[in-house]
Design a protein around this ligand. Structure first.
Ligand code: VGL
Length: 210
């Protein structure tokens, strides 16, 4: 069951983070149907749905070409920055962009703004959201930092662990990310918990297939 005063945050489901993209996350395409299923559940109620996107300028200190950690990706207006074509994006959904400043990494969705410059936190407060459900890419970067910021800003936070995948620069990064999210108060959920009338519980992290 989805609580009232909830919102869904779909993080960075962009071509460059999917297989074939500049920073393609292994098996990220496999989560698309599940992400779409969450979107439909939130749409039915209806609850607000936010989509973040990395939206970098061609030159940024986020890229190796300027001394940063990552190959160029999600450059504004390019194919790589577009949402994957199989993503279901309702008309009412709110698109938020981040990483436009040439000196910021902007991993967290809380650094993202809508086309009028409103940050995610302002919009969540406007919609009286208390519960933030988070899915998308990548678990060990933008999903993790979005979850941590949500908790720090006082929201209840629920990572949807069947609708995310990790970059795994190091092999245990996915598990470490989950541990960190749980430590700051996250409640791990899968689709069954939202489909069932009173289904919500904490899953033991050891049983997860990430
Ligand atoms: C991301 C690495 C670099 C993400 C963004 O969306 O998780 N990861 N930039």
């Amino acid at each position: 069951m989805i609580k009232s005063n909830s919102a869904l945050l779909v993080v960075d489901m962009q071509n460059d983070f999917l297989p074939g993209g500049a920073l393609g996350v292994v098996e990220a395409d496999m989560i698309i149907p599940r992400v779409n299923e969450y979107v439909r559940l939130f749409e039915e109620h209806p609850h607000p749905i936010f989509y973040t996107r990395d939206w970098h300028p061609p030159e940024t200190t986020h890229f190796v070409t300027q001394g940063g950690p990552w190959p160029p990706h999600c450059v504004q207006g390019t194919w790589g920055a577009a949402f994957h074509p199989d993503m279901h994006i309702p008309q009412e959904a709110i698109i938020l962009s981040k990483g436009m400043d040439p000196h910021e990494d902007a991993y967290s969705g809380f650094h993202a703004r809508d086309d009028q410059g409103h940050y995610l936190e302002e919009l969540l407060l406007k919609y009286e959201v208390m519960h933030v459900y988070v899915c998308g890419l990548a678990l060990d970067y933008c999903v993790k930092w979005s979850c941590i910021d949500a908790a720090n800003k006082g929201f209840h936070m629920y990572p949807l662990i069947d609708a995310t995948r990790a970059v795994n620069v190091k092999i245990h990064d996915a598990e470490l990310a989950v541990e960190e999210i749980v430590r700051v108060g996250g409640t791990l959920l899968t689709i069954e918990h939202l489909r069932e009338p009173d289904g919500e519980s904490v899953l033991p992290a050891g049983t997860l297939d990430l």
